[in-house]
Design a protein around this ligand. Structure first.
Ligand code: GDG
Length: 463
């Protein structure tokens, strides 16, 4: 049986079941151990001159291999093309998407460097799983170097609508490069159909069940919605730390109801719109004053990118203005927190909230929605309010689904959620929880790996 080679921008810790290890790292770690695998990515460090020197270590049965990049790579590839060009475009923010030739060059250079560096680690029967928008042209670079292995690609973020995607200079080249994979996976039907639409309408390709044909090649396609490491999250939610935090939050509630938001501090998460919708709710609902508060945990991220500095400053201003307008001597309407919590602490905090407010403007999936559900107490669960533009909305129809751009709709949903009776909350939660447990991260990983292992390779078929 071939080994599994996972390649992503960064690698996660895989050897710990500790509270800070993310669900993706845990799921991939388990698969890497099972398939005697290798996880390769950028170390996060920079050195003056790129050497291609691999740092390899064994971690709990898997091999972790990293490489350092140059400061120019970090600026042009990571902060540049990945996070200033593709991320905003794929999240429908063409106004924020910056196209600079140096970014494209840096992106191409780092993908070539990744391919060159990982090459000596590859064996003929390995199968390779590449992750996310940082590495779209990686298969092309590997093929150029003679790699014939099966290679799959999974996109964690949305694939944008055809007309938006076509605003990207060299959009055709990027899509053509996708066809060097054997399998491409998306989070949602919506993303898959946007990709198919582009291939069909812009490139005259042909859409077939589970495949697209263009540029003389056939690419297998599929929808693989990512899930939570539901079992370990549920364990964390009933552990000592989570229970301690749930109790601590209950004391801090002092009889009030809590609405919780947890996000990376990112403009795609709709935080400003969320604050404004909550303000609308306070304006519309005088009886809620001093009875409710919003705890927004927003962990800073990508703070070298100007748009992230700007959204952070705007959120400081908007939360400050709302608190200034509504706060009383012993109540603030928004507790706005810019620090990170451990996974088990978060589980406890979610568990104390009457509402989980998850309102991204655009999101590949959104795991916070699933974590909120997994952390609820079965006999008295809270209510999930979920944006229709999160991939999770395709699976989580029992949430209160809202348009995050409409303050009125979000405000009405907050009112409806806080008024919802226990039996309806339980009915909705049971259905949501069933989905979270069934479609968990292991199911996602197994479905993708099985699809990749069974995708025929024309070159392999001949031998
Ligand atoms: C991308 C896609 C897709 C947040 N604050 C803390 C903390 N977090 C954790 C959450 C959650 C994770 O970060 C965020 O995951 P999301 O899915 O919400 O979003 P992205 O980071 O944008 O991830 C997304 C995902 O990839 C997977 O495919 O769902 O659509 O954009 O797990 O809990 N974790 C801890 N402390 C914090 O303060 N420990």
């Amino acid at each position: 049986m071939g080994r599994l080679i996972v390649i992503s921008n960064r690698v996660g810790p895989t050897n710990s079941s500790g509270p800070s290890v993310g669900g993706l790292a845990m799921a991939l770690g388990a698969a890497l151990r099972e398939y005697n695998g290798v996880w390769f990515g950028w170390s996060g460090q920079t050195v003056d001159a790129f050497s291609g020197q691999l740092a390899v270590q064994r971690e709990g049965g898997a091999t972790i291999a990293t490489v350092d990049l140059e400061p120019q790579d970090r600026d042009e590839y990571y902060n540049g093309y990945a996070n200033r060009t593709l991320w905003p475009l794929f999240h429908y923010r063409i106004d924020l998407s910056a196209y600079e030739r140096s970014f494209n060059e840096g992106y191409a250079r780092v993908n070539a460097r990744f391919a060159q560096t990982v090459l000596p680690l590859l064996q003929p029967d390995d199968f390779i799983w590449v992750h996310d928008y940082h590495l779209i042209p990686l298969a092309r670079e590997l093929r150029r170097r003679g790699v014939k292995n099966r290679i799959g690609f999974f996109l964690h973020i949305p694939w944008p609508a055809r007309r938006l995607f076509a605003t990207l200079p060299f959009h055709r080249e990027l899509v053509e490069a996708v066809f060097d994979y054997d399998l491409v996976g998306f989070q949602t039907e919506d993303s898959l159909s946007a990709f198919e639409d582009y291939v069909e309408k812009e490139e005259g390709g042909e859409v077939r069940p589970g495949a697209v044909h263009a540029y003389g090649r056939t690419l297998r396609t599929g929808v693989f919605p990512i899930g939570l490491d539901a079992k370990s999250f549920a364990e964390a939610a009933t552990g000592e730390t989570a229970c301690g935090w749930r109790d601590r939050m209950k004391v801090s509630l002092a009889g009030r109801r809590m609405i919780i938001g947890v996000d990376r501090l990112d403009y795609s998460k709709g935080l400003e719109e969320r604050f404004l919708a909550y303000e609308e709710y306070l304006q519309n609902t005088p009886e809620a004053l001093e009875q409710v508060f919003l705890l927004q945990i927003a962990t800073p991220s990508r703070d070298e990118v100007p748009a992230y500095q700007e959204i952070r400053a705007r959120l400081d201003a908007v939360s400050g203005r709302i608190n200034g307008a509504f706060a009383t001597a012993d109540w603030v309407p928004i507790r706005y927190v810019n620090r990170a919590y451990r996974r088990d602490e978060l589980a406890g905090i979610y568990g104390a909230a009457a509402i989980g407010l998850v309102t991204p403007l655009r999101d590949g999936m959104n795991l916070v929605a699933k974590e909120y559900v997994a952390a609820q107490t079965p006999d008295d669960p809270g209510v999930l309010i979920l944006s229709k533009f999160a991939g999770a909305a395709e699976q989580m129809g029992e949430a209160l689904i809202v348009n995050p751009f409409s303050r009125e709709e979000v405000s009405d949903a907050i009112a409806a959620g806080l008024a919802m009776g226990r039996s309806e909350r339980i009915r909705r939660w049971e259905s949501l929880m069933d989905g979270v447990q069934t479609h968990d991260v292991s199911a996602w990983r197994d479905a993708f790996v099985d699809a990749l292992r069974t995708t025929p390779r024309p070159e392999l078929a001949k031998v």
